[in-house]
Design a binder for this molecule. Structure first.
Ligand code: AMP
Ligand code: FE
Ligand code: FE
Ligand code: ZN
Length: 281
């Protein structure tokens, strides 16, 4: 059984409709797949219906933008009720922070000699509930400023690049409380990706499990070198929490290596996840 628990559609910064992501998952030989758009579950109904038609097992999810130790941390929520009022209100606040940032980033890019109209970004983000840097990158590509999203991030939009502008994200402990309060299962996405081990060292992951109800972490992810994957698996086993693996597929919006099924979750971990989702429903 092949299981991929982290994918994006054009409801956030992926490039395919939710139903198309599911069709591609089937073509990629997956048996179970989650849709985890940034800060919204709006694509879940379409994905669930498509998965059912295709005979794919489906896990509803989202990827919550949080902040911890001054750094961005992505928290995956599986199951639960994304419409639970406190959670829904906070996700709306995060999406508003995305919308507020876009004109500020466009002003910055104009200063850098790359003017763009808000309407150009809006057109490219027409299907998105959560607008982000990838949509601005697409507008830069359309104008010929850069060749692709990767170049836009590497030169201008990345966290330490001149076009970067900060946005609101929920403090991680608050996000954990909201996810658990809505009956969701909370798994940190790619905990040791871009910022390495500094923000979430093993002691901090241990504390988040013990004190804040963290249910697991994504161990197998392309952003983690093999030694880090092994260490994360060891820690998850020691703590008795979920160890997942996923592609973080964004359609054509991310490097081709992030193809569906590029990393997968072990069947026994998937069964435990489903049990937790059912227990909390
Ligand atoms: P934002 O949500 O606006 O803060 O933008 C962050 C998003 O940009 C992440 O969710 C990634 O999907 C995407 N991203 C980050 N780095 C790259 C890259 N090098 N190429 C393509 N997409 C990227
Ligand atoms: Fe993304
Ligand atoms: Fe992420
Ligand atoms: Zn993601």
């Amino acid at each position: 059984m092949r299981i991929d628990l982290h994918t994006h559609s054009h409801v956030s910064d992926g490039t395919d409709a939710p139903a198309v992501v599911m069709a591609h998952a089937r073509e990629a030989g997956l048996d179970a797949v989650a849709l985890t758009d940034h800060d919204t579950a709006d694509g879940v109904a379409e994905a669930r219906a498509a998965a059912s038609e295709l005979g794919l097992e489906f896990v509803p999810g989202l990827e919550f933008s949080t902040r911890h130790g001054g750094q961005s941390v992505h928290l995956l929520m599986y199951g639960g009720d994304p419409g639970e009022p406190a959670l829904a209100a906070e996700l709306a606040r995060v999406r508003d922070g995305r919308d507020d940032r876009t004109p500020r980033m466009l002003a910055r890019l104009a200063e850098l000699g790359m003017p763009l109209d808000a309407a150009e970004v809006e057109a490219l983000a027409a299907d998105a509930m959560s607008v982000g840097r990838p949509h601005i990158a697409d507008a830069m590509v359309a104008r010929g400023y850069v060749a692709d999203r990767s170049e836009a991030f590497a030169e201008w939009l990345g966290d330490d690049k001149p076009g970067y502008v900060d946005r609101y994200a929920t403090p991680l402990p608050d996000a954990l409380a909201l996810v658990r309060g809505a009956g969701g299962v909370a798994v940190v996405a790619h905990p040791w990706s871009r910022t390495g081990r500094r923000v979430l060292p093993p002691a901090e992951l241990r504390r988040l499990v013990a004190e804040h109800g963290l249910d697991g972490f994504e161990c197998d992810h392309l952003d983690h070198p093999p030694a880090n994957r092994r260490q994360l698996h060891g820690l998850a086993a020691e703590l008795g929490v979920l160890a997942t693996g996923s592609s973080d597929h964004h359609g054509a919006g991310k490097h081709a290596a992030y193809r569906l099924g590029a990393c997968t979750t072990a069947p026994e971990q998937y069964r435990r996840l489903r049990e937790l989702i059912d227990e909390r429903a």
